[in-house]
Write a protein that binds this ligand. Structure first.
Ligand code: BTN
Length: 244
């Protein structure tokens, strides 16, 4: 990935541009990067604060895999981000299901995966990564200051976003090759090892309401597996998770 790169100063959202590109013939691995996004989006259509200082990019992959396994790519991307940070910095990021990367309990990176499919076949997967790199505290709005952090805030260092991006491309490519050749199992193991949600009592808020249970793993579709008090197993596909 990253052989074809479009670099912008300011865009609405790299994800939106990447999605537009997939309407035409676009090479696998094409990447859109911006220094600043004016309308960055997160999961569940939430706003994603994307001022200068962070690393905001989206890229396109075209794997020949069944559509049901597409969420595995989000988990793979989370593992790639963890490895990138661990490789370059004295930090040990943790994953919070489904795909938040945390440093000391605060979110440093979010991942957004969107699919383009026709007749049940994947045409393209658009993966967006937002990594807080050099932002200082004031860059985050008051309401998310307690929950968000940047690499700089955690290390006291100013880090070159492009070296992180190069590291990510390398890590992603290795994992992606492994995934295409050998499937999801090894990636899943790596993901579970870095996940802080597994083994914890959690509260999951879904659109249907709130459930409590012990998170004990993920399914191959990327669903969080919860064991309730009475022993029944729930598969959570979309929710906000809080430790309790
Ligand atoms: C989340 O945790 O909710 C996902 C956040 C994803 C943000 C990235 S920044 C680059 C790309 N462009 C966007 O508008 N969103 C993603």
């Amino acid at each position: 990935i990253g052989k074809q790169v479009y670099f912008f100063d300011t865009v609405s959202s790299t994800q939106r541009i990447a999605k537009k590109l997939t309407m035409n013939q676009v090479e696998e691995g094409t990447m859109i990067i911006a220094e600043e996004q004016t309308d960055g989006r997160g999961r569940m259509a939430r706003k994603w604060h994307s001022q200068k200082g962070g690393l905001w990019f989206s890229f396109i992959v075209k794997p020949e895999i069944p559509i049901a396994t597409a969420p595995q790519l989000t988990l793979l991307t989370a593992v790639a981000v963890v490895r990138t940070i661990e490789d370059l910095l004295p930090l040990h990021p943790k994953i919070k299901w489904p795909n938040d990367i945390l440093l000391h309990g605060k979110k440093v990176c979010g991942i957004l995966t969107e699919l383009q499919a026709t007749d049940g076949n994947i045409e393209a997967v658009i993966i967006g990564v937002g990594l807080n790199v050099n932002q200082q505290k004031e860059a985050f709005p008051e309401d998310i200051r307690k929950k968000a952090t940047s690499i700089s805030l955690e290390t006291g260092m100013i880090v070159d976003p492009i070296s992180l991006l190069k590291g990510f491309c390398f890590q992603f490519e290795q994992l992606y090759k492994l995934f295409l050749q050998h499937g999801f199992q090894q990636i899943k193991n790596m993901w579970e090892q870095s996940c802080e949600t597994i083994g914890k009592e959690v509260t999951a808020t879904t659109f249907k309401g709130t459930v409590k249970g012990e998170a004990f793993g993920i399914s191959d579709e990327g669903a969080l597996l919860l064991k309730e008090k009475d022993g029944s197993v729930l598969r959570i596909f979309s929710a906000d998770i809080d430790g309790s």
